[in-house]
Write a protein that binds this ligand. Structure first.
Ligand code: ADP
Ligand code: MG
Length: 388
């Protein structure tokens, strides 16, 4: 049975009817450009083969029924007209928040039955939350014939996470899930959401991109994102800029001398140099020099570790071990303090590198990491043909 047939069967068993269709939206990893999105800078994510799936049926009333096959939790039933941000922390806030955001924006969305399941690891920095939001947004866009573009859907999904769930994320995750294409990374300008598909196909170059999920999440991370974000905004303000994106890289050193605060100097240096590294990585990918991005990934990790200071021992162990075992490059990805790292290695060396990371984790007494290959995959899509 394909996964499409499985969610269709699950939907039918739960709701006693046939779904109108099945949709998919992937998780993502970011190749480079970290903590740049809320500074209106640049990011370069790619979609994972791991997806959230939704079998959905439109309803004629305002009842919204939500079910996640992964949680074994009871089905949640809400009224679309009564949706309001509550910040109760429940998983249903992600899809319900999308319905809320669509309705807030004036779109005529009413009831629906949703059956959801996902292969995106949760809480690993791989955006299982965005996958859930985007699959919901795309399904409702189709079923209610809203005619919204993918960037518009991504913005609404971000709004759902910011204002309904209560997580102050940037727009990268939702844009990656909505807009990525196979064999590419997505060069995204987080100011105006302009984008370009940049060829990135490690296998075609005899390479492999590994994702290492450290399976740790340090509590320290909870307040750190808000603190770094506030620090970046303060840095921009003191430099007389709307956002750090507006500081050209060649002017970075001169600008830093005018910033008295050592902490703000580190944050500004990270953001502006990471924006620059995004451009450098893209130049090398466009030139077909995929191996050449390795040193830039390592430089990105050093910046996150020593300037922004959002790494942790487990992430540093992945990067240091992978490098020592012959990887071309590696860096932590996502919000930090745990979650995942990426490793770029020659195809012939990838298993050795993965083995070295596993051994190092065991020797350090850490939980065994989850390691898989990140094949740049498709963004959100409908899996079943629309019926007339
Ligand atoms: P990440 O996006 O990095 O995976 P988040 O904390 O942003 O981590 O989102 C994880 C949350 O998303 C989970 O705690 C859960 O509420 C929700 N979620 C993700 N996948 C599923 C799923 N398959 N079923 C139900 N909820 C899910
Ligand atoms: Mg998330």
């Amino acid at each position: 049975m394909t996964s499409t047939e499985a969610v269709t069967a699950g939907f039918q068993e739960l709701y006693g009817a046939v779904p109108d269709g099945v949709w998919a939206a992937p998780g993502r990893v970011n190749l480079i450009g970290e903590y740049t999105d809320f500074n209106e800078g640049f990011v370069l994510p790619l979609a994972l083969p791991h997806t959230a799936l939704a079998a959905v049926r439109r309803r004629d009333d305002d009842v919204l029924r939500l079910y996640s096959a992964d949680l074994g939790a009871p089905q949640v039933e809400l009224r679309t007209e009564e949706l309001a941000p509550r910040g109760d922390g429940g998983w249903a806030a992600y899809p319900a928040g999308v319905v809320w955001a669509l309705r807030q924006a004036g779109h005529p969305v009413r009831g629906a039955d949703l059956y959801l399941t996902s292969t995106v690891p949760t809480g690993a920095g791989l955006s299982s939350s965005a996958a859930l939001e985007v699959v919901t947004a795309l399904a409702l866009n189709d079923l209610y014939a809203l005619g919204l573009t993918r960037p518009e859907l991504a913005r609404l999904a971000q709004r759902a996470e910011n204002d309904f769930v209560g997580v102050p994320c940037g727009v990268m995750d939702q844009m990656a899930s909505a807009c990525c294409t196979p064999g590419h990374a997505l060069h995204l300008d987080c100011r105006d959401l302009s984008q370009r598909q940049v060829p990135f196909d490690p296998a075609a170059h005899g390479l492999r991109l590994l994702v290492v999920d450290t399976r740790v999440r340090h509590a320290l991370g909870d307040g750190a994102y808000a603190e770094r974000r506030a620090g970046c905004e303060e840095g921009a303000r003191r430099l007389g800029l709307s956002h750090l994106r507006d500081l050209p890289y060649p002017e970075l050193d001169a600008a830093l001398t005018t910033l008295g605060d050592e902490r703000l100097r580190r944050y500004v240096r990270h953001v502006v140099s990471d924006d620059h590294r995004v451009r450098q990585v893209i130049a090398r990918l466009d030139a077909g020099d995929v191996r050449g991005i390795g040193p830039l990934l390592l430089a990105g990790h050093r910046s996150l570790r020593y300037e922004l200071r959002i790494s942790c021992p487990e992430l540093d162990l992945v990067v240091d071990t992978a490098r020592a075992a012959g990887a071309l490059g590696a860096r932590m990805t996502g919000g930090g303090f745990g979650g995942s790292a990426i490793v770029l290695a020659e195809e012939g060396a990838a298993d050795t590198v993965a083995g070295a990371v596993r051994t190092a984790f065991a020797a350090a007494g850490h939980t065994a990491p989850r390691i898989f290959t990140a094949v740049p995959s498709a963004g959100a899509r409908r899996l079943t043909a629309p019926t007339a």
